[in-house]
Design a protein around this ligand. Structure first.
Ligand code: C5P
Length: 222
């Protein structure tokens, strides 16, 4: 596989990170989870008592504490401000606030800079909300992954149970729908399908089927 860039965008819990990790491992590419970066800034804002509405303080925090990743088994560990925050950034308090934090243009500016640096070498699979539209508009392959909110909530519910995070199904469904709404309606880089992205609806599909489908799309692009 040539050192191309693959951008995978889509709403919450559409399977982006699972599929992106498998593709990166199969192609020996770097995987970058940009959602983890917005979650890390949200975690840091809670830790440092910064209001989610305080754009300039949040932008300074983002500049001050670089977020780093370290491969570990099938996934990767996330670090910032001298600690490992892989699990902490998945907790409900961070999930509930991340869309407010990620709506700030000056926070996005800092993280997009870091994301482009990570992608400089090519050979990358990056997932998020604005990768195909803003971060890597020149990406050779762009996928927009969607699934019904019902199915996405079911997947997240199962995932949470496996991780020992307690949250009832209806609350998860509501939280997903709210996050999608906020992410799609913000002014800066909203969640939207890039004009040249291929839409893949994963409702009713297994992970293996989604991976196969995306590999077919990559092959067809030559
Ligand atoms: O992908 P994940 O669900 O972990 O992303 C968490 C949140 O980070 C999203 O709901 C969105 O608010 C924000 N995000 C973003 N742009 C990205 C990736 C994530 O605004 N490229």
């Amino acid at each position: 596989m040539k050192n191309i860039s693959i951008a995978i965008d889509g709403p919450a819990s559409s399977g982006k990170s699972t599929v992106a990790k498998i593709l990166a491992s199969d192609f020996h590419f770097i995987y970058v989870d940009t959602g983890a970066m917005y979650r890390a800034v949200t975690f840091l804002s809670i830790k440092h008592n910064i209001a989610f509405s305080d754009e300039s303080a949040l932008a300074n925090l983002t500049k001050r504490y670089p977020i780093t990743f370290k491969p570990a088994g099938q996934g990767q560990l996330v670090f910032a401000d001298g600690e490992e925050i892989t699990q902490a950034i998945r907790q409900p308090d961070v999930t509930a606030a991340v869309s407010e934090v990620s709506a700030h243009g000056n926070v996005r500016k800092e993280l997009v800079k870091a994301q482009r640096q990570l992608a400089e070498t090519g050979g990358i699979v990056m997932d998020g909300r604005d990768i195909g539209t803003t971060v890597l508009p020149q990406a050779e392959v762009k996928i927009f992954l969607v699934a019904s909110v019902e199915e996405r909530a079911q997947r997240r519910y199962k995932e949470n149970q496996e991780k020992g995070i307690e949250m009832d199904f209806e609350a998860i469904k509501e939280a997903i729908a709210k996050r999608d709404y906020l992410d799609s309606h913000r002014e800066v880089s909203p969640l939207v399908q890039a004009a040249d992205a291929v839409l893949v609806d994963t409702t009713g599909m297994s992970i293996e089927q989604v991976v196969t489908k995306i590999k077919e799309i990559i092959t067809a692009k030559g």
